[in-house]
Design a protein around this ligand. Structure first.
Ligand SMILES: Cc1cc2nc3c(=O)[nH]c(=O)nc-3n(C[C@H](O)[C@H](O)[C@H](O)COP(=O)(O)OP(=O)(O)OC[C@H]3O[C@@H](n4cnc5c(N)ncnc54)[C@H](O)[C@@H]3O)c2cc1C
Ligand SMILES: NC(=O)c1ccc[n+]([C@@H]2O[C@H](COP(=O)([O-])OP(=O)(O)OC[C@H]3O[C@@H](n4cnc5c(N)ncnc54)[C@H](O)[C@@H]3O)[C@@H](O)[C@H]2O)c1
Length: 450
């Protein structure tokens, strides 16, 4: 290991977790480097939330136009030009790696390229070079789960879908979670027959069942078929056509493409973790409450790759990255807090949620009030022709504490942040109700929800 380059801190992975941590360390004067085996930026801006939202932006516009036909909008047809839309997406994503690398350079952070593997507890091997650091952060993200059926390798990944040059006529999405529900929205509005096959009884488990019921109706009305209580159990080909076999049905479904939306898992298998004495299992890198590895105290981990209780969200990756860096700089003091993290499924309409579900409150033995209402006749929805919207607010039995807020409808992805703020700051339902909000806005509806 001659010519080993020495750093105070190296992050593996330039996604939200790794970038947040390395920037924090550089700000505090540490000699830092970051490494990625793909173009710089990680999942969120290149293969996740941002490109997805560009595709969904077109779908939202298409949907709004369709909803407003004969209500002042001329009764003509609009159409999504998929190829053009993907080009537009690329005009955003193509510049990200360069922008990220430039901003790292400005902060004197060395950006390395290649697959990083542990050579010993404090040393990484990248290509034929060695880099040692007092602290190493593993922030290598997640990958789609391995599905154990014949032909699973013929599925396309979310990365493939977000780069599709031509939209096929018919797509099956495996799994009824975030990825399938969001991608099917875009595919259906752009003209592809979209079918979701979900193993459980309820799609989007973890979200409020009444609101998901409304979303289900909206999805089916937009042409998305949702098959529940069924798994894709085998994939075969017939020429260019893929044939999906289902676990609970004799019928098969033919499609041009089958997309994996059946969950993701920690990306732990490409770094020689054993050589670095870094404890991990299939749930991810084992970390203590300070994001420090349980077997190698020089190593911290953050983001999707950890076995922390945080969900796979960009917001959680950023929080964990920042906390890991602060603990490296100042000693182990800060712990991540996973309660009341808001979550949004970017469907049409949007589903947003923070805090407890009714099931959570019941399980915790809390006596609660739950208030559910459909809101399609409220101004916010009526104005944009949205037929499926509603809310469920859960408070304690005396109505002094907001325990959970669950929203479906226009702008719920933003309104949920007000509830997040209120819940985390202990603002009472009455205080929240008595605030003055701008009007007419989706936020002003809060007054009527409490
Ligand atoms: C399609 C999709 C849509 C999503 N939408 C949302 C959303 O709307 N909102 C939200 O909050 N979250 C969303 N997420 C989740 C979010 O993107 C992730 O939780 C977040 O990006 C994880 O960040 P990370 O830094 O942990 O990992 P990543 O951003 O995945 O970064 C890990 C990086 O490490 C690199 N790497 C891996 N191994 C090595 C190695 N050995 N050497 C060098 N480099 C390596 C990888 O190439 C990658 O660039 C979405 C995810 C997907 C897949
Ligand atoms: N808006 C967002 O924040 C967003 C968007 C996309 C992804 N993500 C993150 O990425 C993660 C992965 O997303 P995802 O949609 O792949 O997973 P998911 O965990 O949201 O949903 C996967 C679903 O697929 C089902 N399933 C598993 N195997 C199956 C099979 N063989 N046939 C049919 N159904 C099957 C599972 O029961 C599960 O409900 C999410 O957990 C989320 O944290 C977040």
């Amino acid at each position: 290991m001659n010519n080993t380059q020495k750093y105070d801190f190296i992050a593996i992975g330039s996604g939200v977790a790794g970038s947040t941590a390395v920037i924090e360390c550089a700000r505090h004067g540490l000699k830092t480097a970051i490494v990625d085996n793909k173009p710089y930026g990680g999942t969120c801006p290149l293969r996740g939330s941002d490109p997805k939202k560009i595709l969904l932006g077109a779908a939202e516009l298409y949907d709004w136009f369709s909803r407003m036909k004969n209500t002042g909008i001329i009764n003509g047809d609009i159409r999504i030009d998929w190829q053009n839309l993907i080009q537009y997406k690329c005009s955003y994503t193509n510049n990200i790696p360069m922008k990220v690398e430039q901003s790292l350079k400005k902060m004197s952070i060395d950006s390395l390229s290649g697959n990083a593997e542990f050579a010993n507890e404090n040393t990484l091997k990248i290509g034929d070079k060695f880099y040692t650091a007092d602290n190493i952060l593993v922030a290598s993200g997640s990958v789609p789960t391995k599905l154990p059926f014949n032909g699973a390798e013929m599925m396309s990944s979310s990365d493939d879908f977000l780069s599709l040059k031509t939209l096929p006529d018919k797509i099956i999405f495996v799994g009824g979670g975030f990825i399938s529900m969001e991608f099917a929205q875009a595919a259906a509005r752009a003209g592809a027959k979209s079918i979701i096959v979900h193993s459980g009884e309820r799609i989007l488990l973890g979200f409020d069942k009444e609101l998901v019921g409304l979303l289900n109706k909206a999805a089916q009305e937009s042409g998305i078929d949702i098959i529940v209580n069924n798994r894709v159990s085998k994939i075969e080909t017939d020429g260019d056509t893929l044939i999906a076999h289902l676990s609970n049905s004799e019928e098969t479904i033919r499609a041009d493409m089958i997309v994996h939306g059946a969950g993701r898992m920690a990306n732990v298998y490409n770094m020689n973790l054993e050589t670095g004495n870094v404890a991990y299992d299939s749930g991810g890198i084992k970390v203590n409450e300070y994001m420090q590895n349980t077997s190698n105290s020089s190593v911290y981990a953050a983001g999707d790759v950890t076995d922390s209780e945080g969900p796979y969200l960009a917001t959680v990756a950023a929080m964990e990255g920042r906390i890991a860096a602060e603990n490296i700089i100042h000693g182990n003091k800060r712990k991540p807090q996973y309660e009341n993290i808001p979550s949004v499924v970017f469907t049409i309409p949007t589903l947003a949620s923070v805090g407890m579900q009714e099931e959570d409150a019941a399980k915790a033995g809390i006596k609660y009030n739950s208030r559910f209402q459909e809101t399609s006749d409220w101004f916010t929805s009526y104005r944009v022709g949205e037929k499926y919207s509603g809310y469920k607010i859960i408070t304690d039995e005396n109505n002094t504490k907001i325990l959970g807020a669950h929203l479906l409808g226009p702008s719920s992805e933003d309104v949920i942040n007000l509830f997040t703020f209120a819940i985390n700051r202990g603002i009472t339902p009455e205080e929240m109700k008595n605030m003055v909000y701008t009007y007419p806005t989706a936020s002003s509806d809060i007054v009527y929800m409490l």
